[in-house]
Write a protein that binds this ligand. Structure first.
Ligand code: PMP
Length: 301
């Protein structure tokens, strides 16, 4: 018996792999593909709202920047990637309530190896679009633990590349799962907060919105949007080092990401945050984010 899917609407979806669409059961890459050989790929998570893809240009900019930083050869044209995305969404009738995992691998190799010299075919594009409501509840919030696994900064693998080697973030999530928490807060090499295992983090203290510098976290697109919206609303913002004590003693906290939008953090390491319920600044920024998403986005054509 096949396992039940988290959302049964995804049972017969079409997935773009390489040059075209196939049924999910046939959506496969070669064992010679770089993503199998070394996790050698870059990716983006996008969201579709009301016939529009949110922040499409920002996501494609980051995808191509990551591929360039990784020295991929045979990177497809931006217009072709965009078209593959739109074709996938239209083939599945997905015009809202959809999450897309867009992956670009270094492509198949002529022999098993981590060496990019064996990559002579160019990149493999995967567009996996699924019906998926935002992952976390925007009102009830989440409980976090701090992970023993550190998030890497540029002295190892630069967190500014959105690559498929996020094993440290996966190990952090395993810690949270084992401990029965929703997500893990990751620290940088010096012990300052960097991000949660798959989202960026924000803290509010006496009316000021704080977020860790982007030295050791993914510079999230939602993170950037929230900073812009806060500044536009007259909320003072600071990107700086934030210690765990500051985390425990802040007035409000929330996580940001394309998948979960803005999610209140109500507890970290057993310390209640603020009054233990979603804070006013969080609620205000959630409303501004919802307005922003409704007012922007690229229509699916
Ligand atoms: N951090 C990590 C490690 C992530 O994988 C993601 C989501 N791709 C984020 C943060 C949030 O980034 P964004 O707001 O661009 O979705």
């Amino acid at each position: 018996m096949p396992h039940p899917l988290p959302d049964s609407r995804n049972a017969d979806i079409q997935v773009w792999v390489g040059d075209g669409l196939v049924h999910r059961d046939d959506a496969k890459v070669s064992v010679f593909d770089s993503v199998v050989q070394g996790g050698d790929a870059v990716w983006e998570g996008l969201r579709v709202y009301d016939g529009k893809v949110a922040a499409l240009d920002a996501h494609l900019d980051r995808l191509f920047a990551s591929a360039h930083a990784m020295a991929f050869a045979g990177i497809p044209e931006r217009a072709w990637v965009r078209d593959a995305l739109f074709q996938t969404l239209k083939a599945n009738g997905m015009l809202t309530d959809t999450h897309v995992r867009l992956t670009l691998t270094r492509g198949p190799k002529t022999s098993s190896s981590m060496n990019p010299a064996f990559n002579v075919y160019g990149c493999t594009l995967i567009v996996l679009a699924e019906w998926k409501p935002p992952i976390y509840d925007g009102r009830d919030g989440v409980r976090l633990i701090t992970s023993a696994i550190r998030r890497n900064g540029p002295q190892f693998v630069d967190s500014k590349i959105h690559h498929n080697n996020l094993i440290n973030n996966i190990l952090a999530k395993i810690q949270a799962n084992v401990a029965g928490f929703d997500a893990a807060l990751m620290l940088d090499d010096r012990g300052f907060a960097s991000e949660a295992n798959g989202t960026n983090v924000f803290f509010a203290k006496r009316g000021v919105l704080l977020t860790p510098t982007a030295d050791s976290c993914l510079p999230g697109i939602t993170r950037a949007t929230v900073l812009t919206l806060a500044r536009g609303a007259g909320i003072p913002t600071q990107e700086r080092n934030i210690s765990l004590t500051e985390v425990y003693t802040c007035d409000e906290a929330f996580m940001t990401g394309t998948m979960g939008e803005l999610t209140p953090i109500l507890e970290v390491d057993g310390r209640g945050i603020g009054s233990g319920v979603r804070g006013d600044m969080t609620e205000r920024l959630q409303a501004l984010y919802a307005e922003h998403v409704a007012d922007t986005g690229t229509p699916i054509t």
